[in-house]
Design a protein around this ligand. Structure first.
Ligand SMILES: Cc1cc2nc3c(=O)[nH]c(=O)nc-3n(C[C@H](O)[C@H](O)[C@H](O)COP(=O)(O)OP(=O)(O)OC[C@H]3O[C@@H](n4cnc5c(N)ncnc54)[C@H](O)[C@@H]3O)c2cc1C
Length: 244
């Protein structure tokens, strides 16, 4: 039988948009005031439901961008041919209302007691729940060593760039740019491959925990390569955002 807390999470409710922040040309962070929010864990997501005037509805999942104890926010990338993301990134204004339910998900979460060392691998907007995890690590004073490998198309597409560069307290952040690199670029170039992972990933002998998030193909490729490096499948947590 569902407990009251579970029923609460799975019930659609109306939230109010408190802020809309530009992250990149295509990406906005949407702050939300959610009455009676039960609290969330870094890495969880929520569902958003849009309803058209004729009653047609569309639902999509979005990772929660903030740490445990912080106000709820989501970070959405506009897909130009998408049904929902152009509305969320282009039309929503502070004061608007949005239907959502959550928090959802128990597997793709991290807490300092889960230990590490931690390897975070993100493709595009897959950095959103990993940002929540980095914030949670910092806010909780954890000294678990962490490395983030973040793949973006270009430097201008890097989400949370300034914030990520501030995580210097035992967090090592590496970028790879797949489409275009600025002059003098010292990060990685091209898609995440076995050689890049072999350089950045903690050796399997240190019993690391990996969290991988992004487009489905990206996640599957990275997870396979980590297992090939000796990571037990159970120590590679994945979150697939969809797409091709
Ligand atoms: C658990 C979970 C968490 C997610 N968290 C986030 C998040 O934090 N931020 C975020 O921006 N998105 C996130 N997504 C993806 C999000 O749910 C939507 O799929 C995305 O916003 C596209 O919706 P849309 O209606 O605009 O596009 P759709 O109309 O659904 O699709 C338009 C086109 O884009 C393709 N497409 C759909 N999703 C993707 C994708 N992720 N990458 C590339 N192409 C895609 C489709 O195949 C289609 O061709 C998450 C998905 C899941 C399952």
């Amino acid at each position: 039988m569902a407990t009251a807390a579970v029923r609460g999470r799975l019930t659609w409710q109306v939230a109010q948009v408190s802020s809309v922040t530009r992250e990149t040309d295509a990406v906005r962070t949407i702050g939300l005031e959610v009455p009676g929010w039960p609290g969330h864990r870094a890495g969880q997501h929520l569902d958003v439901r849009l309803t058209a005037e004729d009653g047609y509805t569309a639902e999509r999942s979005y990772s929660i961008a903030t740490a445990d104890g912080e106000p709820v926010a989501i970070t959405v990338e506009r897909l130009d041919d998408g049904e929902v993301s152009p509305y969320l990134t282009g039309e929503l204004r502070p004061g608007d209302e949005l239907e959502l339910r959550g928090p959802i998900g128990r597997w793709f979460v991290w807490d300092p007691t889960d230990g590490g060392p931690l390897l975070l691998v993100a493709g595009g907007s897959g950095v959103v729940p990993l940002r929540a995890i980095l914030r949670h690590r910092q806010r909780s004073g954890s000294d678990v060593p962490v490395r983030l490998l973040y793949s973006s198309r270009t430097l201008a597409d890097v989400i949370y760039h300034r914030e990520l560069d501030r995580h210097r307290d035992g967090a090592q952040v590496s970028y790879t740019l797949t489409r275009r690199q600025p002059p003098g670029w010292t990060g990685y170039s091209g898609r995440v491959d076995a050689a890049m992972l072999a350089e950045i990933a903690w050796p399997a002998s240190q019993h690391p925990l990996a969290l991988v998030c992004g487009p489905t193909r990206f996640v599957e490729t990275v997870a396979e390569k980590l297992v090939a490096l000796g990571y037990p499948a159970g120590r590679v947590k994945t979150e697939r955002f969809g797409g091709t």
